[in-house]
Design a protein around this ligand. Structure first.
Ligand code: NAD
Ligand code: TDX
Length: 331
């Protein structure tokens, strides 16, 4: 397959490129990435000789059309992905997530190329802590933040292009990812690198908020399975039964790093902070026979901590600027 991977220099995209080069050497991979603050050539250094990297914006219709014309499938990861940034700068988020996805859709429509659109469980809004139900493919969309609203909009565009124009596309909505190459603005790497740089970790609010954690390699193996076996027009929910509240994850990180589990600061809560995400992944398990390989969260967390310890040269250049932005917001 000739694969076009948008956002391939970001966290999940770079891990997807690594696993594709490793497990599918018969594929050719072209990365299209704007190299925003979140995209890094260093994340692709190990595979740079095996792939083609194009620097460009997914909203650039002519560039996207030219690249799509030479591809068999597009795996669309590129997005503005941080909720806190989207609250501060909703325009950039809307431009990339909505207009960018529109440009991808027009190109795959014109050239009849298969698309897999990578989305998030945040489109469903949030759940109560004690609610027995979890998100399924039929849960109504109810996004809370500029990030999740624009991801929801992009999903709806994909559905409309399937129905109206016969575009061959699938969508996946995944829960919170963790693993190597995740930007230090995100919860888990932020706390690990705070400890490693002598800063105190920062918890929003009381830490009661629940996220449903999945290892990035499991997310990507599910994306690959959907790309190969998914039914056109379908939405698949990806998760690995990994619900944990933020306080529990915070304490696990501190303990794994040999610190007192209460050695952190409570900081200003996020505006509109979603309380709980939880996905029922049964239909993906049953229909596509997929299962996670890294379902032990504590083990995956320890391996991720080891990766950040061993790869300071990757994250160190990002750290001070990221913490500077958080400081300005009181977070
Ligand atoms: P990330 O922020 O680490 O990477 C995003 C990448 O997209 C970067 O390389 C960036 O340079 C690139 N990009 C941004 N704007 C662009 C533009 N206009 N044109 C071209 N490239 C652009 O994000 P991530 O965490 O790897 O997320 C990837 C995808 O997975 C996103 O669509 C996100 O919504 C989705 N997702 C993420 C998670 C998670 O926990 N991180 C969970 C579910 C779904
Ligand atoms: O310093 C922090 N302290 C803290 O308590 C940060 C950065 C976050 N948090 C909390 C907020 C959330 O409840 O931790 C939780 C996780 O926060 P993020 O890492 O910002 O992730 P979240 O907002 O849950 O969204 C993530 O998962 C779904 C990704 O950023 C999205 O792109 C993805 O769609």
């Amino acid at each position: 397959m000739r694969l076009l991977v948008t956002g391939g220099a970001g966290f999940i995209g770079a891990n997807f490129v690594h696993s594709t080069v490793r497990e599918h050497p018969e594929d050719s991979v072209t990365v299209l990435d704007a190299f925003t603050y979140a995209g890094r050539r260093e994340s692709l250094a190990d595979v740079e000789d095996a792939i083609t990297v194009v620097k460009g914006d997914i909203s650039d219709a002519a560039l996207v059309a030219a690249l799509v014309a030479e591809s068999d499938a597009v795996v669309h990861f590129a997005a503005e992905t941080h909720v806190d940034n989207s609250l501060e700068d909703p325009w950039t988020t809307l431009q990339t997530n909505v207009v960018g996805t529109f440009a991808i859709l027009q190109a795959v429509r014109r050239h009849d190329v298969r698309l897999h659109h990578v989305s998030t469980d945040e489109v469903y809004g949030d759940l109560e802590l004690d609610e027995p139900s979890r998100f399924t493919e039929s849960t109504p969309y109810n996004p809370s933040s500029p990030y999740s609203a624009t991801k929801a909009a992009s999903d709806l565009l994909v559905r409309a292009w399937v129905r109206s124009y016969g575009v061959r596309a699938t969508i996946s909505n995944c829960s919170n990812n963790y693993g190597p190459y995740q930007h230090v603005e995100k919860f888990i790497p932020r706390q690990i690198t705070n400890v490693l740089t002598g800063r105190r970790p920062k918890l929003y609010g009381s830490g009661a908020n629940v996220r449903d954690w999945i290892h990035v390699d499991d997310h990507n193996s599910a994306v690959r399975r959907i790309l190969e076996k998914g039914e056109n027009g379908r939405t698949y929910l990806i998760a690995a039964e990994g619900e944990r509240d933020n306080l529990t994850v915070m304490r696990a990180i501190l303990q794994a790093l040999g610190h007192d589990p209460d050695d952190f600061d409570h900081v200003t809560d996020r505006a509109g902070h979603d309380l709980r995400y939880a996905i029922d992944p049964t239909s993906l398990y049953n229909e596509l026979g997929w299962a996670p390989k890294h379902a032990n969260f504590e083990e995956g967390l320890r391996a991720t901590i080891d990766w950040y310890r061993a790869n300071e040269s990757w994250w160190r250049p990002l750290k001070d600027a990221t913490e500077g932005r958080y400081e300005e917001r009181g977070q």
